[in-house]
Design a protein around this ligand. Structure first.
Ligand SMILES: [Zn+2]
Length: 222
């Protein structure tokens, strides 16, 4: 019985690769210089390259259940996402970080409904979005709201990473919160000034962030 996944691997090398060989070779010769760290939920329906029209070498991608940024202080253990953020900012020197959540997120649903008893890591991980949960009935509307609140929470958490904060303050790095509405094929970007998500087709930019408290003027953004 043919293994479909194996067939796909072979197809990549025989069908796709020959036409793009030079592009891949160039990415080896010159190295990778992605400008964007895309930190998205692991959900199979998010396809970063499709959403952004990008290809090899364009995005440095980190994905996890819920598009969660773990606390910088390591209080939830050593995590690959934290290491990836440091790598992207300090070594690759990306100039954008996108946090991409989405509608119908299983992580948010599980945060309300619970997880199997033996999913000890998942339970601990999902507690990282507790702050975004609303004490309301689990309606579709409430879930959509919590999915968006979680994205904003992760943006705030990113700012606790000293190298992220420093790069943002130096205006070398911009943080974007994206909410992908799967059923509409639409990404909504978080506008910190408006305090809400705005559909990409009417937005002025890819989303503004982060929150920086200016002691002198009291404003919340750069
Ligand atoms: Zn998700």
């Amino acid at each position: 019985m043919p293994d479909e996944l194996l067939e796909r691997l072979r197809k990549f090398q025989t069908d796709y690769f020959p036409a793009h060989r030079d592009e891949f070779q160039s990415l080896i010769n010159k190295g990778q210089h992605p400008k964007t760290l895309f930190l998205g939920c692991s959900d199979s329906r998010i396809v970063p390259y499709l959403l952004t029209g990008t290809g090899p070498g364009d995005l440095f991608i980190l994905r996890n259940v819920g598009a969660i940024v773990p606390p910088y202080d390591g209080s939830y253990g050593i995590h690959g996402t934290a290491a990836g953020i440091e790598f992207a900012v300090l070594q690759l020197k990306v100039d954008r970080i996108v946090i991409c959540g989405h509608s119908h997120c299983g992580a948010v649903k599980s945060a309300y409904e619970g997880v199997p008893d033996n999913a000890i890591n998942l339970r601990a991980w999902l507690s990282l979005i507790d702050e975004a949960l609303l004490p309301v009935c689990q309606t579709n509307e409430a879930l959509r709201k919590v999915e968006q609140r979680s994205i904003v929470l992760q943006l705030e958490r990113l700012m606790n990473y000293p190298m992220v904060r420093a790069a943002v303050e130096d205006k070398k790095l911009t943080l974007h919160g994206w909410y992908y509405v799967i059923e509409d094929g639409e990404v909504q970007v978080f506008d910190v000034e408006k305090g809400q998500f705005v559909a990409a087709h009417i937005a002025d930019n890819c989303g503004t962030g982060p929150y920086i408290k200016h002691d002198d003027c009291g404003c919340n953004y750069l």
